[in-house]
Design a protein around this ligand. Structure first.
Ligand code: FAD
Length: 433
């Protein structure tokens, strides 16, 4: 394959949890696959936003998501000499203990290796400028914006794994854009202090004064909108510990506003903390290159997963994977989080129809922008579920490109068979209950 090849069976746009898995699956079964990523690294939110704890692969003590994503998470754990959590310890309120901490560098490098070995081509530092259907709806003309300017490509099937449904929107399909969005989070690694030697009460009351004087916001160092949570921020050293509110980061202007506000928030906090006893040598050792975005938009799909479907563990007739996580809606008021565990034994599923934009042909989504209402999406958006959707999307896209059938017209058992052959767990046959 030459680097200037412009004709593909499958083009995957976005190389996060959904996208890199989709590209590897599609190429592993022989589809000519291009993975287009706007940054210089695969992994998406896991790597560039530092949310390096994918979950959840297990529900109620059983594995419900496996396949290509699990393969690489597992290899990262092995390669770094870590150990996996005890997945038998599944008490409802401890879902965070079932997530798997991965080293960002090793994970990103193994994503590269997996995608390259699959035969897919990766194009970093590029994003789509336009998507137009080919004559007879046989695929897509995709214009990519690259460092050389605009370049024209074709693909029989496009997978939108941008998290923001950017490609679906460029192709002219409608999105659901909520009026209220979950807050975003900028993660960092803070150092230069001994947490156990800090007078937290004194720092909290100084923080409170700064908020009253209008120089700090509570959410600069926490999720709670009504009181300082600087103890947790200092204990976790800035990892997933602030909230940036009310910015829609679906397009470049919105993302710019978000990055500026997130770093300004961290700078306010940095300046304050360095004035506190025990924090004279406080420093930000590293900061994630991107602010992590929890919510922007979902597609209007051929099917939509509602919170009722999710809570009841509906097994759709076209289910392609499981998903598992508590409902987890971050809020801009109160304590900042609406978390609702699932009833014991419930394992929700994701239907093919929720990955297909209504009215579209040869277009699939994978990941966070899956068609779902806000509460269902607050749970479906997590990384293991996005990987499972990615693998399903990759299999569908390859089958579709090879057969000339639209993804909706494929026999569901053909997709499921391919997924099983590549290690994925597929709903049906009485599994997992
Ligand atoms: C602060 C925070 C905490 C979270 N906590 C957890 C947790 O504890 N456990 C968990 O499992 N999940 C957690 N999540 C959720 C999870 O990380 C994301 O929802 C998930 O990574 C989404 O996967 P994705 O593939 O849909 O999108 P992403 O991982 O965001 O990947 C999208 C990729 O597409 C690229 N891209 C975007 N637009 C374009 C474009 N136009 N052209 C080309 N490339 C593009 C991006 O650069 C990125 O690489 C958290 C999220 C956040 C923000």
């Amino acid at each position: 394959m030459h680097n200037d090849d412009r004709q593909y069976d499958v083009m995957v746009i976005g190389g996060g949890s959904g996208g890199w898995v989709a590209a590897a699956q599609s190429a592993r079964v022989g589809a000519r696959t291009l993975l287009v990523e706007k940054t210089g690294m695969l992994g998406g939110t896991t790597t560039t936003a530092g949310v390096n704890f994918p979950g959840l692969f297990h529900a109620w003590g059983k594995q419900v998501i496996a396949g290509i994503g699990w393969e690489v998470v597992n290899r990262t754990v092995e390669e770094t000499g870590q150990t996996l959590p005890d997945f038998g310890d599944y008490a409802r309120h401890h879902h965070s203990k079932l997530q798997i901490r991965v080293n960002v560098f090793v994970y990103a490098a193994l994503c590269d290796e997996t995608v390259v070995q699959s035969g897919a081509r990766i194009l970093f530092h590029a994003m789509p400028a336009a998507l137009k259907p080919m004559t007879g709806n046989t695929g897509w003309h995709v214009t990519l914006c690259t460092k050389n300017g605009l370049e024209d490509y074709t693909a029989k099937v496009v997978i939108d794994a941008t998290g923001d449904a950017n490609a679906v929107s460029l192709a002219g399909f409608e999105l659901n854009i909520p009026d209220t969005l979950q807050p975003a989070t900028l993660s960092c690694r803070a150092g230069g202090y001994d947490f156990n030697k800090l007078d937290i009460d004194a720092i909290k009351s100084a923080y409170q004064e700064q908020v009253q004087a209008g120089r700090l916001q509570y959410t600069d160092a926490g999720w709670n909108t009504q009181e300082p949570d600087v103890r947790r921020w200092l204990r976790v050293r800035g990892a997933n510990a602030n909230h940036i509110h009310h910015i829609s980061a679906r397009d470049s202007c919105g993302k710019t506003k978000l990055e500026l506000e997130a770093r300004a928030s961290l700078l306010r906090l940095y300046r304050f903390l360095r004035t506190q006893p025990g924090l004279e040598k406080f420093e930000i050792e590293s900061v994630c290159p991107e602010c992590g975005v929890r919510e922007t938009a979902t597609i209007k799909g051929k099917k939509t997963v509602t919170v009722g479907d999710y809570r009841n563990g509906r097994v759709w007739d076209d289910a392609l994977c499981y998903a598992f996580y508590p409902i987890d809606l971050h809020r801009s008021e109160g304590d900042g989080l609406n978390k609702q565990p699932l009833e014991e034994g419930v394992v929700p599923t994701v239907p093919r129809g929720a990955l297909l934009p209504a009215g579209s042909r040869n277009l699939i989504v994978a990941g966070r922008c899956v068609s779902s209402d806000r509460l269902a999406n607050s749970a479906l958006r997590v990384q293991a579920s996005c990987m499972a959707m990615g693998q399903a999307a990759g299999a569908m896209a390859a089958l579709s490109a090879q057969s000339g059938l639209d993804p909706e017209a494929l026999a569901i058992e053909d997709i499921r068979d391919m997924l099983r052959q590549h290690g994925a767990i597929v709903p049906g046959s009485g599994f997992p209950v």
